[in-house]
Design a protein around this ligand. Structure first.
Ligand SMILES: Nc1nc2c(ncn2[C@@H]2O[C@H](COP(=O)(O)OP(=O)(O)OP(=O)(O)O)[C@@H](O)[C@H]2O)c(=O)[nH]1
Ligand SMILES: [Mg+2]
Length: 298
């Protein structure tokens, strides 16, 4: 009798310090741009789900906000989101920035207690930025970590094999064709926020939130009405720019990204509003869909 080999499936949480390259890695592994990326730290604020399914293995990858010491409510929510995703993990991929030298242990980097049984694969990301000599020295210091580049794809096969080996035997958790559990509407809001991150400087990008109020897929072009929120009038003026030039440029670039996402023409109706100090306001955070801490974040 022929028995088909047992499948493997599980949750793979991608965690680490801000700006280490977690989101770029998730996109590389899933093979599609899902999670927004930015050269500015703290771009990811929520748990982003990306699913990679091959013949016998399904990885449900959770991208997470960079781990840091929170200074205000939004950062507390981000930290608790990351810690909850770590608690849910079958396997943790700890992404570190190779240009910063030998990485501390995850527990140290994240100021969390060591958890017995947590399976952690450490990745030395951005290895493409090291000289051959720097690379040899780093690998000597961290022999168990995987040299990796989310940018060039170096190390991907080694990482995927290491993850697969650690995943529990299990039937698939989602249909084989799914690549995420989040909606197009959610990703559209994220792409608008990513574009704002690209085009704004200093404090303004951190004060930006985006809400999609209407998403009409039954229309052609797809109609999307969205609002970018900032925290102060002065930020609103910067965001709108001279005679509306800045917001028009953000809208144009964001629309092009959303068109790639939905695979068709989009009409983006973009507005700017002020919601004073929303980052420090639990009610506002909830309204933007950020997950409030279920337990006190450590
Ligand atoms: N050279 C190089 N740059 C990389 C690599 N991976 C990511 N980057 C860059 O590093 C920056 C941060 O990448 P992200 O993927 O946004 O980092 P993140 O860890 O998700 O950051 P947060 O969400 O803010 O915590 C971006 O400018 C990326 O293009 C890599 O392997 N090599
Ligand atoms: Mg990120």
């Amino acid at each position: 009798m022929y028995l088909s080999p047992m499948k493997r499936a599980g949750i793979v949480t991608v965690a680490g310090k801000p700006n280490a390259g977690k989101s770029t890695m998730l996109n590389r592994i899933v093979g599609q741009k899902l999670s927004i990326t930015s050269e500015k730290p703290q771009s990811t604020r929520d748990r982003i789900v990306g699913i990679r399914t091959t013949d016998d293995t399904q990885m449900v990858l959770l991208d997470t906000p960079g781990l840091l010491e929170p200074r205000y409510e939004l950062q507390r929510v981000m930290r608790s989101t990351a810690l909850n995703a770590l608690a849910d993990a079958d396997v943790v991929v700890y992404v570190t920035d190779a240009t910063l030298g030998p990485p501390p242990r995850l527990e140290e980097a994240a100021s969390i207690p060591a958890a017995a049984g947590r399976r952690v694969i450490t990745v030395l990301n951005k290895i493409d930025r090291l000289s051959a000599e720097e690379r040899r020295a780093l690998v000597g210091h961290a022999p168990d970590a995987i040299p990796f580049s989310a940018l060039t794809g170096e190390g991907v096969d080694i990482l995927l094999a290491a993850i697969a080996e650690q995943l529990p035997e299990s039937p698939f958790l989602y249909p084989e064709d799914d690549i995420s559990t989040q909606t197009l509407r959610f990703f559209a809001a994220e792409l608008i926020r990513e574009t704002a991150l690209e085009q704004l400087d200093e404090e303004v990008p951190y004060s930006v939130a985006c809400e999609v109020e209407e998403f009409r897929e039954d229309r052609s072009p797809v109609y999307i009405r969205a609002t970018i929120y900032v925290e102060r009038d002065s930020q609103k003026r910067i965001l709108i720019g001279e005679k509306g030039s800045r917001i028009r440029e953000i809208g144009r670039a964001a629309r092009a990204k959303i068109e790639r996402l939905v695979g068709g023409a989009v009409y983006l109706d973009l507005w700017v509003k002020v919601l004073a100090n929303w980052r420090r306001n639990a009610r506002a955070l909830e309204r933007f869909g950020y997950r409030m801490p279920q337990e006190p974040a450590s």
